[in-house]
Design a protein around this ligand. Structure first.
Ligand code: NAG
Ligand code: NAG
Length: 289
């Protein structure tokens, strides 16, 4: 009799336990279920096409490693890397492969005419040509174009911001043009001027890191490109003049009050020439740095 009672009690506990389990299961699975209902939300996430010219130098791999590891955290990102060289290097090729990023690797050697100091002109133009072909192809996905130096510093927030772009988005850039921050000035949600001291007479006194362009505009304006004919510091104005007016600029990063990108520059490393050493070094040429 006593044992029988215990069995009943055990069964009741078991039933109660199962009920709790079922309730917990339903409760828990709800968010997961909702997530499954909207797997397409990422399909609407605009692609970010990052265009990065790069050239061989001692700190190149360090810079590209840092940048690629930032980009690994960005969704729907397509990295277009253009080497300033007659052929693609193993260093960049391997770095891209190992990054698991979606990328396109291109190369074009700059043949700088005398008196032109601008860098990246041919490389960025080649990337834009490639992009136009890609956008017209079935694989092309809509999105935005961001010109990214390989040694700048990018907060992940800047990528969230640029996906809101309708035409051209702008934001402040830290540590550039002799300023703590160079930025568009915003009045009533519109760009009303710029806080810039370096060549403030530029049509768009903005750094390359301070804007992104809706990729579709490169199809609408097939002639839009960078140029060697403009004076130094005018590349940004050159590309922007094709696709946007100041009135149309969309201020992002909380009406241009936040810094999410910095124009950091890697110092040129000074290496002691082995010829100057008294004791010869163990050869290290076989090691990629
Ligand atoms: C870019 O422009 C296209 C066509 O006007 C538009 O559908 C899209 O929402 C715009 N923005 C982004 C981030 O793609
Ligand atoms: C930017 O400013 C406009 C106009 O003052 C305002 O309506 C809007 O909410 C602001 N946006 C942000 C993100 O702060």
């Amino acid at each position: 009799m006593h044992l029988f009672n215990l069995k009943i009690i055990k069964k009741q506990y078991l039933a109660l336990g199962m009920l709790v389990f079922v309730v917990l299961f339903l409760f828990n699975s709800k968010p997961a279920f909702q997530c499954q209902l909207t797997p397409d939300s990422s399909a609407y996430l605009p692609t970010i096409y990052g265009i990065t010219p790069t050239y061989a130098r001692l700190a190149q791999k360090a810079d590209l490693t840092r940048l690629s590891q930032t980009l690994m955290l960005v969704k729907n990102f397509h990295w277009i890397v253009i080497e300033d060289s007659a052929s693609k290097t193993k260093l960049v090729e391997n770095l891209l492969k190992e990054s698991n990023l979606k990328y396109t690797h291109l190369n074009v050697k700059t043949d700088k005419p005398k008196g032109s100091s601008a860098s990246g002109v041919e490389q960025r133009n080649m990337a834009l040509d490639w992009l136009r072909g890609h956008l017209r192809s079935p694989e092309g996905t809509p999105g935005v174009v961001f010109f990214m130096d390989d040694d700048n510093t990018y907060a992940l927030k800047i990528f969230d911001e640029m996906r809101k772009i309708k035409r051209v988005g702008v934001w402040p850039v830290g540590i550039v043009g002799g300023m703590r921050v160079e930025m568009p000035l915003v009045t009533d949600g519109k760009v009303s001027g710029y806080n810039a001291v370096w060549k403030p007479y530029r049509p768009f006194p903005i750094d390359m890191a301070g804007f992104a362009i809706n990729a579709t505009l490169f199809l609408d304006f097939p002639e839009a490109k960078f140029s060697r004919k403009v004076q130094s510091g005018f590349q940004e104005s050159e590309i922007l003049k094709y696709v946007v007016t100041q009135q149309e600029l969309e201020p992002l990063a909380e009406n241009c009050t936040k810094v999410y990108v910095w124009h950091t520059r890697t110092q040129k490393p000074s290496i002691i020439s082995p010829k100057k050493l008294k004791k010869p070094l163990v050869p290290d040429n076989h090691i990629e740095v």
